[in-house]
Design a protein around this ligand. Structure first.
Ligand code: XMP
Length: 511
């Protein structure tokens, strides 16, 4: 089935992905493409949105899209840079703004009876973020809305389905932003709202069947949301021809290997658990440098996975849990800010010598959509709500060299912390939490004895994508109880600290 779809042309704004997500929340399928790579099947897109940009239309670095196949021919919404671009190059005027045009503003004027602003009232809050402003509208421009400081906040072009706004409807602070997008996409452009998790599951299962046929597929499960949802989708499509491998690298959380394996088996997946803890720990012995540790873990993973994949006779495909943000980052207009996140991808670096074709059933969807799809597939909500956990596991939370004893200590500490968060109803309020084992011994007293033992740091952060994060203000009573439990129950630890650094300048993992 073909869905109505929206083309979002990316001029490098930090909010471009948000536009796509907001459109998807309206159950309309959207795709992001760089502003200078208009897809050759442009006729298949029913509407176009131009994103904002870090550049100025007046500067040397201004980005120039070729809109000849779009403008006047399809409904087009130009946001921020897009709105300024239309004005600047079509007979209007853009100039640096005199007043600050960042943050909250309210619509002080809305053109009466204008379908673009249906259900939106004067006073509605919008989010501005620009240093240029539109002084004069382009030729045939009709003013649609203003704020106190920005007269030309929204306009349309007479005789064309072309709309432009200087504020950002995609951010949550624009309280009627979603309504505005709906007015444009449904009311004006006439798109159907038929992109739902159910339809996604149905179509993806069909597409996998067609692509893979009767071939065998191998997939590395991590216990995380993406690989699990990918596996369940594939399982629905090809059943026993899907061979899942779940590797115990010895750096998982306490009891994680067995628990997750049981869960997978309960879900009917054809999964093989491979306990390679010793192989990983041997490979890590004596290594202190964080990057070298990552390399050792990555290489050991590839070896184990490759060994196992070779045992599956005649396997042709490798399935991966790649999601849409990974895809967009690699084609982003300006290179994208997330180069470092990419290198994190633990299964992404499988070597070419495996000679497998790649199938990526989640390539088109965002993380929040992966969860919705997972729910539709009947996956346990607890599994879908799990905090992210890094591929190299506790290996990047043990500073200095890694030994079996240190892993045991950290597993105990981590379990007390995470179970505590659950018991206190705090787990879902935190984006990610974990403990770090520091290469520091300090003096303590226990009973009448002097101790000289390890220090652990607890870390709990709030974030949306891990790119930026802030520490969570956990209740003192919780921290007090957790610290007490850890020191009393975990032999080898006599000191607990709580990390109150944000990212940036710190990172989430200590490595
Ligand atoms: P940092 O420490 O860079 O972490 O602030 C950002 C987010 O990325 C996760 N992370 C990883 N995830 N494989 C992964 O799958 C990795 O190698 C990896 N390294 C870091 C980290 O847990 C946090 O959520």
């Amino acid at each position: 089935m073909q869905h109505d779809k929206v083309l979002i042309l990316d001029f490098g704004s930090q909010y471009t992905q948000l536009i796509a997500r907001r459109v998807r929340e309206l159950n309309i399928y959207s795709e992001i493409h760089p502003f200078n790579k208009i897809p050759s099947n442009i006729e298949e897109y029913k509407a176009v949105i131009l994103s904002g940009s870090p550049f100025s239309v007046r500067g040397d670095q201004a980005l120039h899209p070729d809109l000849s196949q779009i403008r006047g021919k399809k409904p087009m919404l130009a946001v921020c840079y897009g709105a300024q671009y239309l004005a600047h190059f079509s007979g209007g005027e853009v100039a640096p703004s005199n007043t600050r045009e960042y943050g909250r503003a309210n619509l002080s004027f809305i053109q009466k009876g204008e379908p673009f602003f249906a259900y939106i009232k004067k006073g509605s809050q919008v989010w501005m973020s620009h240093s240029d402003t539109i002084k004069h509208l382009p030729k045939n421009g009709i003013l649609l809305a203003s704020t106190h400081d920005v007269e030309n906040a929204a306009y349309k072009i007479e005789g064309e389905p072309t709309y432009a706004i200087q504020f950002h409807p995609e951010v949550y602070h624009s309280t009627d932003g979603k309504q505005l997008l709906e007015n444009f996409l449904v009311g004006i452009a006439g798109l159907l709202q038929d992109w739902t998790p159910d339809s996604f599951v149905e179509e993806t299962v069909d597409a996998i069947k067609e692509k893979v046929g009767n071939d065998k597929v191998v997939l590395g499960l991590s216990g995380g949301v993406d690989s699990t949802v990918a596996a369940v989708l594939l399982n629905k499509a090809i059943g026993k021809n899907l061979y899942c491998i779940f590797v115990n690298n010895g750096l998982l959380r306490k009891n994680e290997f067995q628990n997750v394996l049981n869960q997978y088996e309960g879900m009917g997946l054809n999964v093989k658990g491979v306990d390679a803890s010793k192989r990983f720990l041997d490979a890590l012995a004596g290594i202190e440098d964080p990057e070298l540790k990552r390399k050792a873990i990555g290489n050991a993973f590839i070896e184990v996975f490759d060994d196992e994949a070779h045992k599956i006779e005649d396997v042709k495909w490798l399935a991966q849990g790649t999601i849409y943000p990974d895809v967009i980052e690699s084609v982003s207009a300006t290179g994208g800010p997330s180069a470092t996140i990419k290198s994190h991808h633990n299964v992404g670096g499988l070597p070419d010598f495996m000679k497998l074709k790649i199938v990526e059933p989640l390539r088109a969807i965002f993380k929040d959509e992966v969860r919705r799809v997972g729910a539709t597939l009947g996956i346990d909500p607890e599994l879908l709500g799990r905090h992210p956990f890094p591929g190299p596991g506790l290996g990047i939370r043990i500073l200095g060299d890694i030994t079996a004893e240190k892993v045991r200590i950290l597993q105990e500490v981590d379990a007390i912390f995470i179970n505590g968060l659950k018991e206190w109803g705090l787990y879902d309020k935190v984006w990610q939490a974990g403990a770090m084992l520091l290469p520091v011994n300090s003096v303590g007293v226990m009973g009448d004895e002097r101790t000289y033992e390890k220090c652990v740091a607890l870390r709990a952060v709030e974030s949306t994508d891990g790119m930026t994060a802030d520490w969570v203000n956990l209740p003192y009573e919780f921290l007090q109880k957790t610290s007490n439990d850890i020191i009393n129950k975990v032999k080898g630890v006599n000191r607990v600290v709580y990390d109150i650094s944000s990212k940036p300048p710190a990172t989430i993992e200590w490595e």
